[in-house]
Design a protein around this ligand. Structure first.
Ligand SMILES: [Zn+2]
Length: 123
């Protein structure tokens, strides 16, 4: 299986689920956000404690949380203002936009599978 096969397989799986390739990848890889529009890895910027992933190409942004990346969260005033300005015109993606339709059920099923694998019957 070469890299082209992997992309083809992932795209086919995404399509079968009614997802974009970026949404498909976002479900299984919590450590690298992908643009749900173009599928490219997203860049990161903090504004204060708020953690944003964004795609320069598609001009979209997704707030993935608050207070992660502690080593980067201490923006000084200039950085905070620059990041705020840079991302101001970007379209804010909802959780549905980012993970695709049906993500809540998908994550619930994933948690259940993981709990079962651990032998934890309480979830
Ligand atoms: Zn994009």
């Amino acid at each position: 299986m070469d890299d082209t096969d992997v992309v083809d397989i992932a795209e086919a799986r995404a399509k079968a689920l009614g997802l974009t390739i970026g949404q498909f990848r976002n479900r299984d890889n919590p450590y690298m956000e992908h643009c749900p529009k173009c599928g490219a890895p997203m860049m990161h910027a903090n504004i204060g404690r708020e953690n944003w992933a964004y795609c320069d190409q598609c001009r979209v942004k997704h707030n993935y949380g608050s207070g992660f990346n502690a080593w980067r969260e201490h923006n000084d005033d200039v950085t905070r203002k620059l990041n705020t300005r840079d991302l101001a015109a970007f379209y804010p993606l909802s959780t549905d936009d980012f993970f695709g339709p049906g993500h809540e059920e998908w994550f619930k099923a994933k948690r259940e599978r993981e709990a079962k694998r651990r032998g934890d019957a309480t979830v």
